[in-house]
Design a protein around this ligand. Structure first.
Ligand SMILES: NC(=O)C1=CN([C@@H]2O[C@H](COP(=O)(O)OP(=O)(O)OC[C@H]3O[C@@H](n4cnc5c(N)ncnc54)[C@H](O)[C@@H]3O)[C@@H](O)[C@H]2O)C=CC1
Ligand SMILES: O=C(CO)COP(=O)(O)O
Length: 297
């Protein structure tokens, strides 16, 4: 919707029967400049494609459609780590589409805010600096301000890992453990995010930017966030609609496996993994975190 301010946009979906107002974005009507199609070949005539799919869906989607996508600039927006490959979205895309230019657009942004034209700042991450600068200009608008980085690993991991911590923050609030506990989870969660990301080759300063700390702040503090609401439901013991996309649940599993393989200490992610699988109560998870051996900050 934001990009339609700059020129014609084609929106592809496998189920576009909803017409010009998507039930996932209530109150938003698509501008006339957006052509809606369920024909991927038509959509792939564009040179730049934004892929807006849940992280765990991306791999099967690429298995099916890689040939149509190859050779384009492919901008990922998924925030997660693939559970079977233990890798981020852009690596999956680059493997499936070796002739594509791959980038990730990430950072603090609720789709509903962007669709309403509210001001938003994001990170455009592309290892190729020239392509990154081109995409930055192509995708920025008056209300969508893109910063760029070549640290694709760091930007992508920031977006993936903040979802895990947001579940923990939601659980703390849902269980009535208080704002001080939430601040502790956000801060120690950020330490875990930085520990894992730098181990995997990210720059620490990327984690402190929009794609890491910025998105962590948003997601841990807003009930607009699905990850936060999922945690809240776990904490308060109410049902949660399992058809809702909650990226942090699968990503906590992937993170726990990566931590095991690399002998990394990521206790909050480990607790979120157990919580999401129903293997521990919020009270026991918090006890577990609070009674670990005392250490330096
Ligand atoms: N919703 C938001 O505010 C934001 C979401 N993201 C990230 O973007 C990614 C997607 O999130 P949402 O769009 O919110 O998820 P969503 O679950 O609301 O929508 C995903 C869309 O993908 C489609 N889809 C699912 N499987 C498919 C397949 N095999 N082939 C074709 N289409 C398929 C669904 O029909 C749906 O239209 C996630 O990784 C999320 O973390 C990033 C920034 C903001
Ligand atoms: O990534 C997001 C905000 O930047 C959206 O968060 P949720 O997936 O938790 O709704």
């Amino acid at each position: 919707v934001a990009l339609a301010a700059k020129g014609p946009v084609t929106l592809w979906g496998r189920d576009v029967g909803w017409g010009r107002s998507n039930p996932r974005l209530p109150g938003v009507t698509l501008p006339d400049r957006i052509a809606v199609t369920d024909d991927l070949i038509t959509a792939c005539r564009a040179q730049t494609l934004l892929l807006a799919l849940p992280a765990q869906v991306l791999r099967p989607f690429l298995d099916q459609h890689a040939a149509a996508l190859n050779g384009r600039a492919l901008v990922n927006t998924a925030k997660g780590i693939d559970l079977t490959r233990l890798t981020g979205p852009s690596h999956l895309i680059a493997q499936a589409c070796p002739d594509a230019m791959v980038a990730t657009l990430t950072g603090p942004s609720f789709a509903a805010d962007i669709a309403r034209g509210l001001p938003t700042a994001l990170t455009l991450a592309c290892p190729d600096a020239r392509t990154g600068a081109q995409l930055q200009h192509q995708l920025s608008t008056q209300v969508l301000r893109l910063y760029r980085t070549t640290d694709l690993i760091g930007a992508e991991l920031g977006g993936a890992l903040k979802n895990v911590i947001a579940i923990a923050a939601g659980a703390v609030i849902g269980a009535g453990l208080g704002e001080s506990a939430r601040a502790a989870i956000i801060t120690r969660g950020f330490a875990e995010m930085t520990r894992l990301a730098t181990e995997l080759g990210a720059r620490a300063e990327t984690l402190a930017g929009l794609s890491g700390l910025g998105d962590l702040t948003l997601t841990c503090s807003s009930t607009q966030s699905r990850n936060f609401r999922f945690g809240q439901a776990l904490g308060s013991g109410v049902d949660f609609d399992r058809s809702t996309t909650v990226e942090g649940a699968a990503t906590a599993g992937a993170v726990t496996e990566i931590a095991r393989q690399r002998a990394l200490d990521l206790p909050i992610a480990a607790m979120v993994d157990r919580l999401a699988k129903g293997g521990i109560s919020v009270e026991n998870a918090m006890d577990n975190l609070m009674t670990r051996p005392l250490k330096e900050e």
